[in-house]
Design a protein around this ligand. Structure first.
Ligand SMILES: [Zn+2]
Length: 487
């Protein structure tokens, strides 16, 4: 408590958010302005950097290439290959035994963390201090948030990161959840009513700088259609975590992306009433009864693919609800406050003690669905979704998502592709980010080991480059120890 008050005091002394857009003093070797605070996490800062003797995983699915050189000049990748001339004056980093892959492009992130108030209360705690650092430390150099509960905070954080004041990833801010009434226990969401209200919300937040929208569980088809059209009129994209509207209906209305995949689809609920969100148990039983190899599932996948609707995989949040799964890694636990750790372990033991393995079966079904969707030509995206009951921690969970994609049957190269160039394609930024290609921004992750043979090596992050500036992940993580759940 004292720590929080002191931080608030220091923040107001510093001028609060008014400073987020003010120019900051120090200039990095790459010519970027950063604050002294941001500078303290930077370990590689020369205009020209050569990564030598490194294994390259390009993010496009090509086989990994050993003993390569990646040349970075002024924030841009200028050459990749086995024999690259290194300009004099370049800083050479010998990365023998290391692999490099593109900075992760993760599309279902949040700048908040769930603290259960009670069994029926959800409190979504904004994490403005810890989460931007943890995303960057985990290798996520670009994130799209998947819905906001403090959109003004999110927009100010983005501005603070973009100006170099605080360390963090590039962020596409998704506006506040577009939802109708009917979500008891969540008091941080506005409940809109009617198509005009949906349009008004989209217009308001798009004008303030939000670059993505998300429809939630209790909208009518008319409201969803109005939100889709308004979003597209701003040249932006809209995704959904739907329930009242089925996937097929949403695809036909023109939605761009669907979050979570099969496990939130109400397409298979017998006798589903239009515009009504069925109870969770009804959705679960419809999915348990579903044969993934059956024609209705195939037809739904075909419909999504033909309408170019992407699916965002969020396996880490589903994993927390399933029994007999590994617990959080030590690093993530260390980042959490004691209170957040206790709540996590309490919920986890309730799940372990109940004999109910429904969520384990559903997790496996979701994995199979994501494989089938990708194999049918669908654009699969990756995210961590730090929600649920907690226990999904920025950065760490993004690495976990990639490991779970491998468990789902993707090769490590494919899983990394989903979490890098697929995300860039969705954001229409594949000529700037998402792969290790000459001409693209030098957003890169260096890990010890070889994730193509042991995917868990993606956890061994040694260096994260954003625009050619190298950040120390250990220092970033250490700086937020005990903060997740608090701020
Ligand atoms: Zn979410």
């Amino acid at each position: 408590m004292i720590r929080t008050r002191l931080a608030t005091f220091a923040w107001s002394l510093a001028g609060g958010v008014a400073l987020t857009s003010a120019p900051v003093g120090l200039v990095t070797g790459q010519g970027l302005r950063v604050s002294a605070e941001t500078r303290s996490f930077i370990t590689v800062d020369t205009p020209v950097v050569a990564l030598v003797h490194v294994r390259v995983i390009d993010g496009k699915g090509s086989p990994a290439q050993d003993d390569q050189t990646v040349l970075i000049e002024h924030g841009i990748i200028t050459a990749v290959g086995g024999s690259v001339a290194i300009p004099s004056g370049a800083q050479s980093l010998d990365l023998t035994g290391r692999s490099v892959f593109p900075g992760l492009v993760m599309l279902h992130e949040h700048l908040f963390y769930t603290m259960l108030g009670s069994a029926t209360w959800f409190v979504l705690n904004q994490e403005p201090f810890s989460f931007p650092r943890l995303y960057l430390a985990g290798g996520a150099t670009t994130i799209r948030t998947g819905g906001s509960v403090e959109p003004y905070t999110d927009l100010n954080l983005k501005a603070a990161i973009d100006s170099g004041r605080i360390p963090g990833p590039d962020i596409d801010i998704t506006g506040p959840y577009l939802n109708g009434p009917g979500l008891p226990g969540i008091y941080q969401m506005h409940a809109l009513r009617g198509a005009a209200a949906a349009r008004k919300m989209v217009d308001y937040w798009a004008e303030l700088g939000v670059t993505s929208f998300k429809a939630y569980t209790n909208l009518t088809r008319t409201e969803l259609k109005a939100a889709i059209d308004a979003t597209h009129a701003h040249g932006l994209k809209i995704t959904g975590h739907l329930c009242s509207v089925t996937f097929r209906e949403a695809a036909r209305l023109g939605i761009d992306d669907l979050e979570h995949g099969l496990l939130v689809s109400t397409d298979f609920v017998p006798g589903k009433a239009p515009d009504q969100c069925p109870a969770g148990a009804q959705v679960d039983s419809s999915l348990l009864a579903l044969d993934l190899a059956s024609a209705p599932v195939n037809e739904l996948i075909q419909e999504l693919v033909s309408h170019k609707v992407a699916i965002t995989s969020t396996l880490p949040v589903f994993e927390t609800f399933a029994p007999h799964r590994p617990r959080l890694v030590e690093g993530a636990l260390d980042a959490m406050s004691t209170d957040a750790q206790i709540r996590y372990f309490d919920s986890r033991s309730l799940i372990a003690e109940s004999a109910d393995s429904t969520n384990l079966v559903l997790l496996r079904k979701e994995m199979a669905f994501e494989r089938a969707f990708a194999q049918a030509g669908g654009l699969l995206l990756a995210g961590s979704d730090p929600t649920g009951y907690g226990g999904v921690v920025a950065g760490f969970a993004d690495q976990r998502e990639i490991e779970l994609l491998v468990e789902a049957g993707f090769t490590p190269l494919e899983a990394i592709q989903v979490a890098t160039s697929n995300g860039a394609r969705y954001l229409k930024r594949e000529t700037r980010i998402g792969s290790i290609t000459a001409g693209l921004l030098a957003d890169l992750v260096v890990v010890r080991g070889d994730p193509t043979t042991n995917i868990r090596d993606i956890e061994n992050v040694e260096l994260v480059f954003k625009r050619g500036v190298g950040y120390d992940p250990a220092r970033l993580i250490e700086s937020v120890r005990g903060h997740v759940g608090v701020n």
